[in-house]
Design a protein around this ligand. Structure first.
Ligand code: SAM
Length: 388
C-alpha cells in the first residue's frame, strides 16, 4: 500500500492526529515520540511531513489545509484558495457546466471548480500528485474526476470549459521562463481556446504580452500587495482587455481598462500614490490615475501624484514632505535635520541599490520616514514622505 493510502487509512489518520498534537519543533524528537506510541517509522515520517506541509498550507488554504494532503512541490505550485474560489465562481457564472483541468496538481483549482458547482474532469501526469488531488477531493467531500495521465491525451468532448495552469518549473525545481519548457508546453496550451472557446489559462505574473491569445482578457491578481498570478480569459470569457483584481483586508476590488491609455504628466504634487503591482502589470496606471485625479511626474514611471488623498484599494499613498534632486549627501543632510533614524525606501525608475544607500546614509535619531526614489521629468529625485 502506498504511504498516501496508509495515511488515509485509520492507523494513518491516528498517526496524523498524534503528529499534529506534537509541538512544532525538533523533527527527530517528534519521530521518536510517534514511534514510542507504536507508529511504524515510515508512517511516522510521512505523518510528520504531512503535518508540516499542512501547517505551511494554512496560509493558502485556511481551515481546509488541516484535512488536505500535499506534496512539497504541489503545495508550492498550488493556487491559493481565495484566488481559486474567485476564478471558479466567475467561470461558473459564465454558464460553464463541465470543466477540464489540464495538469491539476494537488487540485487547488479543481476543488474550487467543484465547490462552485461545476463538474470537473482533471488530468495530472505525476501519479502521486494525481492521487493527492483525488484524496483532497474525497477529504473535502467534493466530486472531482481525476485521471492520472497526460493531459495532452485527454479527450475534451462534452467539456464546455477548460482550465490549464502549466508547470513552470524544471524537474530539478528551477523556474523556467521559456514557454516551450512549460508542462504541458505552450504550443499545446495556446491551442486550447480553438478546441474549447471558454478557456482560462493561468500564467506567471510577469506576463509576456506575446502570450495573450488574440481577444483574450489578461487579469493580474494580487493578494495583500503581492502579485500572485495572471489569468488569461479566452473566447466568450473575455469581458475587457485588462483587469487588475486586488485583494486587501479580505475584500476584492477590480480595476479594468484597455491597458493602452496614457496618464497625463504634471509636476510633483502634495500626495504620491504607489499603485499595486497588479495595476502596474495590467497597464492600468492611467485608469488608476483618472480615478484619483492624478498625474505622473514622468511618463514612464508608475507613481501617481495628486493634490488630495482618496481612499483606494489600488495603491499606497504618501504625503510628499520634500522633493530633492537625488544625491546621497543631500538626502543624508535632510534626514539628519529631521532626526530620522529609520527609513523605508521605495523606488521606481531608480537604479540605486537600496541597502547600500541605507548603509551610506548612516542615520541616527528616533524619527522615521519613507524615501521614494524615482525620476521627475527624467531627473533622479528623492521624495521624503510620510504615510498619508
Ligand atoms: C502548476 S501545477 C498545477 C497547480 C494547480 N492548478 C493547483 O492550483 O493545485 C501544473 C501541474 O501540471 C502537471 N503536468 C505537467 N505536464 C502535464 C501533462 N502533460 N499532463 C498532465 N499533467 C501535467 C504537473 O505535474 C503539475 O502538477
Amino acid at each position: 500500500m502506498h504511504l498516501l493510502d496508509r495515511l488515509r487509512a485509520s492507523d494513518g489518520q491516528a498517526a496524523l492526529t498524534a503528529a499534529g498534537e506534537l509541538p512544532d519543533g525538533d523533527p527527530l524528537a517528534a519521530a521518536a515520540a510517534l514511534r514510542r506510541r507504536g507508529v511504524p517509522p515510515e508512517l511516522a515520517a510521512a505523518a510528520l511531513t504531512q503535518v508540516d506541509l499542512r501547517r505551511r498550507a494554512a496560509a493558502k488554504f485556511g481551515a481546509d489545509a488541516a484535512r488536505m494532503f500535499f506534496t512539497r512541490t504541489g503545495l508550492e505550485q498550488a493556487t491559493r484558495g481565495v484566488v481559486a474560489a474567485r476564478r471558479a465562481s466567475r467561470l461558473a457564472a459564465s454558464g460553464a457546466t463541465l470543466v477540464a483541468d489540464l495538469g491539476c496538481g494537488i487540485g487547488a483549482d479543481a476543488l474550487a471548480f467543484a465547490r462552485a458547482g461545476l463538474r470537473v474532469r482533471a488530468a495530472e501526469s505525476d501519479p502521486l500528485t494525481a492521487a493527492v488531488a483525488a484524496a483532497n477531493a474525497a477529504a473535502l467531500g467534493l466530486a472531482v474526476d481525476v485521471v492520472s495521465g497526460d493531459a495532452m491525451e485527454m479527450p475534451l468532448d462534452g467539456c464546455d470549459a477548460v482550465f490549464c495552469d502549466p508547470a513552470r518549473r524544471s524537474a530539478t525545481g528551477r523556474r523556467v521562463f521559456d514557454p516551450a519548457a512549460y508542462a504541458p508546453p505552450w504550443t499545446f496550451v495556446a491551442g486550447l481556446p480553438d478546441r474549447v472557446p471558454r478557456t482560462v489559462l493561468k500564467v506567471a505574473p510577469g506576463l509576456d504580452d506575446a502570450l495573450v491569445p488574440r481577444g483574450a482578457e489578461a487579469e493580474l491578481v494580487s493578494v495583500d500587495g503581492a502579485v500572485v498570478e495572471a489569468a488569461l480569459w479566452c473566447g466568450p470569457l473575455a469581458e475587457v482587455p485588462r483587469r487588475a483584481s486586488v485583494r486587501r483586508a479580505g475584500a476584492w476590488s477590480e480595476l479594468t481598462g484597455t491597458g493602452l491609455a496614457r496618464a497625463p504628466v504634471g509636476p510633483v504634487r502634495r500626495f504620491v500614490y504607489d499603485p499595486d503591482g497588479a495595476v502596474v502589470r495590467a497597464h492600468l496606471v492611467a485608469e488608476f490615475a483618472t480615478g484619483v485625479g492624478g498625474t505622473l511626474a514622468d511618463p514612464a514611471i508608475a507613481y501617481v501624484y495628486a493634490d488630495a488623498v482618496r481612499p483606494t484599494p489600488f495603491a499606497r499613498c504618501f504625503e510628499v514632505l520634500d522633493a530633492l534632486p537625488f544625491s546621497v549627501k543631500r538626502l543624508r543632510a535632510v534626514l539628519r535635520a529631521r532626526g530620522v533614524g529609520r527609513v523605508t525606501i521605495a523606488k521606481r525608475g531608480s537604479a540605486v541599490d537600496v541597502e547600500r544607500l541605507r548603509a551610506s546614509l548612516r542615520l541616527a535619531g528616533d524619527g522615521s520616514a519613507t524615501v521614494v526614489l524615482t525620476r521627475v521629468a527624467g531627473a533622479p529625485t528623492a521624495l521624503l514622505c510620510a504615510p498619508a
